[in-house]
Each structure stands twice: as structure tokens, then as C-alpha cells.
Design a protein around this ligand. Structure first.
Ligand code: PLP
Length: 396
């Protein structure tokens, strides 16, 4: 009997609803650069990482990391505002500012902290945030922390957004519209051009989260806003180093004055130890690779489209799109778990995503592709996915 029967009961309740979570132990297959993974002693094709460009195991990045650690040490040692602001930071932030074509950049510990810190620094209880319903949890949590009024508009529904702005904006000192540019669980996109128009019409700030677009869209991989040529018009451009860059960390790009303001007010930046310098330097190196190696983006898109099309042609409920995120919509939690388990038995790691990560009754398998998957692996994975759908009666 547990010492905490109430907690035990709640866990049991979650299990019955198909909402149990577990920490899976994984190891990488050395020569496969992250495309294959070992879990429970089984070799599995990895269709669940955000390592879109296959850079997490790139020998150039590992080398940079090691060399920098030899000189600068293994840890950040203090907050950046004390003695943790190594010269590596300045260098990498300049690289990112040039890449994003923005005045200034601030690195953060991770994407969660960047959103949490930025939103809670810019807004207070006299402010309001207008946030897409499917935005990432870190945006929601930053909003709660800020104590700003929280208005959630229906997903990509800008009439609803304008209705909310019209109704509430005068009550607040500062109004911020925030959206993911590519939504993490659906792979669909916000209409950034439309949002820029609305931002101007209502005198609001616009913040975009390019976590799943950075490295993936635009000629140099700078993101969706760059692909559209509107990156200068967005107030706050946020992105992560944990996905296409293959590393860890995040950044916010904006006008210098906004970055200065964050340095003075952003609590996760001020009251937390800086990132290890070796990682910061590796981030700069990864940006350079992402800019130069366009073939990675081309391969990623080609393979994602191939996989998506194969599933759609078999009659599976897979929304159209062009991102490397390919969701297979199943609805109920138990079907999603069973589907994922069967794929695992067949040799594919593709995890089931359930509420609250996605809305109720929209459990799914979230496939995510990598530039470095082989064509054979992708074709085989599509075949296994379709077979599984037939076994489970998802398609006939
Ligand atoms: C849209 C979005 N924003 C932010 C984050 C958080 O980034 P990180 O994993 O670097 O904390 C994620 C990661 O899952 C994400 O999908």
C-alpha cells in the first residue's frame, strides 16, 4: 500500500482513461545518426524525434562541443548577469541575429523558458494576451505566470481573434498576440501575413514561436516568417535549438530595446545558471550548417511528403500539409495506445499523443520525419502503418 493513496488513486484513474505516461529509456544506434533507436533491447525506427535535419549526432557539432569544453569548462557556473556570460554567448547571438536578420538576440535555457520568461516579462496584470488555442503549453504557462488577461481564440480563426481584440483591447495597457507558426501536434501553419495585418489594425504586439519552423522553412532555414518575407514585421521571433538544430536551448530575436528590456526583467534569464559555453558554441555552428546545407531541408520535405501521401492514399485520416510533422488522427486514447504498441512490435517508434497535449477525443500518432531517414525506411514505415490500420479496423 502506498504512503500516498490519493496520488495512487489519481494515477489509477488516469490509467483507466488511457492517460498513463511513462519514461522510456532509449539508446541510439551509433552509426544511424538518430534515425534508429534502441528501447527495451529492441531496435526501432525513430519516427518520434524533433531532430528534423538529423544534426544531433553530427560529428562537426560534437567536435565543436568537445573543443569548447576543453577551454571554457563543462558548466555555465552562474547566471549570465553574474559571471556566466562567456564570450561564446556574444558570438552565437550575433550569428543568430544575422541569420534571422534582426537587430538583437537573447539565448535561453530552452524553448519552454524562452516563452515563459518572455511573456511573463513583457506582460503584467494590466495586459492581455490573445493566444491560439493550440499554442504550446509553455505559452499558456507564461501567460498564467504573467497574470495578464488570457483570451484564447479558436485555432487559426482570425475572425474570433479580432472579435476578442475589439472587445477587450481598450481595457489593457499592452496587448500581445501570440502563435506557433507551425503547430507542434498538427504540423499545420498560422497565417502570419494575416496576423501582421491584425497586429497593425489593433495596435498589438505579435510574438511567434518558430520552434517547428526554424531550420525547416526558408531558403537558409531561418523559418516560416522568412519564407514569407515578413520576419522584420513580427515583434518577437522565438525559436528553439532543440529541434532542427539538433541541440538544446532557445532564442528570442527582436529589436535591441526589447532585448535590453528582457535582460532587465526576464526572471528565468536573471535567476538561472547560463547554458554551458560548449553548447552555446555548438548552437552557432549548427546555425551555420543549417544555413549552408539546404539539401537537408529538401530531403526532409521530400520524405515527409512521400510518407504523408502514402498514408493518405491508403485512406488514413492524415491532414494535408508540408511540414515534417505527420499526425495520424485516431480519436480515442486506447486506440492510439494500441496502434503505437503494434507499431513498436513491428519495429517502429511512433508515440501516441493524448490529452491534455491535444484536445479531448483527438488522440493521434504523431509521426515526425528526418532528412536522414532512408527512402527504404520511410516506405517500410508507411507500409507497416497501413498494415496496422487494417489489423485494427481503422481502415478496411
Ligand atoms: C511550439 C513549441 N514551443 C516551445 C517548445 C519548448 O521547447 P524546448 O523543448 O526547447 O523546451 C516546444 C517543444 O516541444 C514546442 O513544440
Amino acid at each position: 500500500m502506498s504512503r500516498y493513496p490519493e496520488l495512487q488513486q489519481e494515477l489509477e484513474h488516469r490509467r483507466k482513461k488511457g492517460l498513463q505516461r511513462m519514461l522510456r529509456t532509449t539508446e541510439y544506434v551509433a552509426e544511424c545518426q538518430g534515425t534508429w533507436i534502441v528501447s527495451n533491447g529492441q531496435k526501432l525506427l525513430n519516427l518520434s524525434s524533433n531532430n528534423y535535419l538529423g544534426l544531433s549526432h553530427d560529428p562537426r557539432l560534437l567536435n565543436t562541443w568537445q573543443l569548447t569544453a576543453n577551454t571554457f569548462g563543462a558548466g555555465g557556473t552562474s547566471s549570465r548577469l553574474v559571471v556566466g556570460n562567456s564570450s561564446c554567448y556574444h558570438h552565437t547571438e550575433q550569428i543568430i541575429s544575422r541569420w534571422k536578420e534582426r537587430e538583437a538576440t537573447l539565448l535561453f535555457a530552452n524553448g519552454y523558458m524562452a516563452n515563459l520568461g518572455c511573456i511573463s516579462a513583457l506582460l503584467d496584470r494590466h495586459s492581455a494576451i490573445y493566444s491560439d488555442r493550440l499554442n504550446h503549453a509553455s505559452i499558456v504557462d507564461g501567460t498564467i505566470l504573467s497574470r495578464a488577461s488570457h483570451y484564447r481564440y479558436r485555432h487559426n480563426d482570425y475572425e474570433h481573434l479580432q472579435y476578442l481584440l475589439q472587445k477587450h483591447k481598450e481595457k489593457h495597457r499592452r496587448n500581445l498576440i501570440v502563435t506557433d507558426t507551425v503547430f507542434s501536434m498538427d504540423g499545420d501553419k498560422a497565417n502570419i501575413e494575416e496576423l501582421i495585418k491584425i497586429k497593425h489594425d489593433y495596435g498589438a504586439f505579435l510574438m511567434v514561436d518558430e520552434a517547428h519552423a526554424s531550420g525547416v522553412y526558408g531558403e537558409t532555414g531561418a523559418g516560416l516568417c522568412h519564407q514569407l518575407g515578413v520576419h522584420q514585421e513580427v515583434d518577437i521571433l522565438m525559436g528553439t535549438c532543440s529541434k532542427a538544430l539538433g541541440l538544446y536551448g532557445a532564442y528570442v530575436c527582436a529589436d535591441q530595446v526589447l532585448i535590453d528590456y528582457l535582460v532587465h526583467t526576464c526572471r528565468p534569464l536573471i535567476y538561472s545558471t547560463s547554458l554551458p559555453p560548449a553548447l552555446v558554441t555548438a548552437i552557432g555552428h549548427s546555425v551555420a550548417i543549417v544555413q549552408q546545407e539546404e539539401w537537408r531541408r529538401q530531403e526532409l520535405h521530400r520524405k515527409s511528403n512521400q510518407f504523408r501521401t502514402q498514408l493518405q492514399q491508403a485512406g488514413l485520416l492524415v491532414p494535408s500539409g508540408d511540414s515534417p510533422i505527420v499526425p495520424l488522427l485516431l480519436g480515442d486514447n486506447q486506440t492510439a495506445i494500441e496502434y503505437s504498441n503494434r507499431l513498436e512490435q513491428a519495429g517502429i517508434l511512433a508515440v501516441a499523443i493524448r490529452p491534455p497535449t491535444v484536445p479531448e477525443d483527438s488522440a493521434r500518432i504523431r509521426f515526425s520525419l528526418m532528412a536522414t531517414h532512408s527512402d527504404e525506411d520511410i516506405a517500410w514505415a508507411a507500409h507497416q502503418t497501413i498494415q496496422t490500420a487494417m489489423e485494427l479496423g481503422v481502415i478496411t
